[in-house]
Design a protein around this ligand. Structure first.
Ligand SMILES: [Zn+2]
Length: 376
């Protein structure tokens, strides 16, 4: 096995941190990737989802034809994915490589290792395969838009363009060797309570406060960590138009997560029932709607992608370990579409904070694992 070109990998990562790519504004990153991948002989396309999701970039996908003998050409294709977007504060990042191998931003933005560490790793490994003429099966690539916004980019994509039945996403925030064994069902909801507006001083008897009804419901609904596999949060309440007006409308938004899909749906229905009850008690009305962002999945021991990952790590002497995440990733969309996706450690820590960091060693290890997955 040949060595990873560590210097070039780090240079690539640093270069990526200079490209602003917040969710829905990934255009510069998409153009950069198109240019770089074409240079690496990866045929790259952009889907038409940009307009549908309200962004300036669609999802990029590409293919690198198999290289080698018949066994390589007939081997099942593999898909590797990374998301192009980073969370806010995402722009004008200034990354520094420290003597101990840590790479961090200047503390005013995220670093964006989530998920640009993965992009750097993929580009470096593709380049190495090319330079060395290494054998590999057909490789497919996906660089998604707006993953951080509940995976809307990939959710808007037609996944039938992919032939692979196994996919690997370097999008797990943990030390080298981790893999996600589950993701939760995640749904967000909006409840609107409709009351009756009236002047608060002249004729308060005529009014029905939508805000009071909503507040009564909110205090009755269990929130926070509900049990070891479910959470519930009301995050936004908007109501009222003036201090002298009884609020006619209250809009309540929240989200809930559960690794048990049925339980997630039940929690939602239970919450809606409480809002309905409290609204009716006061003579108000209500409507509710939910959006299902993620559908819970569990990875079995005999999952093909997991087996391949364990095998690759073992060859490199890297210990693997399961991680039960409570967030979602593009893998969730893959699994829903019949592709055995696996979310694996992607050289990132403290993601979604301005203390986010990666390390030279972990970037290198991630590249080694990807290379092994592609060529084993
Ligand atoms: Zn991510």
């Amino acid at each position: 096995m040949s060595e990873i070109n560590q210097e070039r990998l780090i240079d690539r990562f640093m270069e990526l941190t200079r490209i602003d790519s917040p969710s829905f504004r990934e255009r510069d990153m998409a153009d950069y990737l198109k240019r770089e991948l074409e240079r690496l002989a990866v045929v790259i396309h952009e889907d038409d989802s940009a307009a549908r999701i309200g962004g300036n970039s669609g999802n990029l996908y590409g293919v690198l034809p198999a290289k080698g003998g018949r066994d390589r050409k007939e081997a099942a294709p593999l898909l590797f994915l990374a998301h192009m977007d980073t969370v806010e504060p995402a722009c004008e990042r200034k990354a520094t490589l420290y003597d101990d191998g840590k790479i961090m931003s200047d503390g005013t933005t995220v670093l964006g290792a989530d998920d640009q560490a993965a992009i750097a790793v993929l580009l470096e490994v593709i380049q190495e395969l090319q330079e060395e003429g290494a054998e590999h099966p057909e490789l497919e690539f996906l660089f998604s838009a707006a993953e951080e916004a509940y995976t809307v980019g990939l959710s808007a994509m037609d996944l039938s363009v992919f032939k692979a039945k196994e996919a690997f996403a370097l999008d797990l925030s943990d030390k080298t060797g981790g893999y996600s064994i589950q993701e939760p069902t995640l749904l967000s909801f909006t409840v609107q309570v409709h009351g009756v507006a009236a002047h608060a001083g002249f004729e308060p008897e005529r009014g029905i406060s939508a805000l009071t009804a909503a507040a009564r419901a909110i205090t009755r609904i269990p929130q926070g960590r509900i049990n070891d596999h479910s959470t519930f949060n009301i995050g936004i309440v908007e109501a009222g138009t003036g201090t002298n007006i009884i609020p006619e409308l209250a809009v309540v938004r929240g989200e809930l997560r559960s690794t048990d899909h049925e339980e997630a749906l039940r929690m939602y229905e239970d919450a809606v029932a409480v809002f309905r009850e409290e609204a009716e008690k006061m003579g108000a009305t209500m409507t509710a709607e939910k959006t299902l962002h993620l559908h819970a999945y569990h990875v079995d021991e005999d999952d093909p992608a997991l087996k391949r990952y364990k095998h690759a790590a073992e060859k490199l002497g890297i210990e693997t370990f399961p991680v039960a995440t409570f967030g979602g990733s593009d893998v969730n969309v893959m699994r829903r579409n019949g592709i055995a996706g696996l979310c694996i450690s992607g050289a990132m820590h403290k993601v979604h904070t301005t203390e986010e960091y990666t390390t030279v060693q972990e970037l290198t290890e991630a590249a080694q694992i990807v290379r092994e997955l592609m060529t084993e």
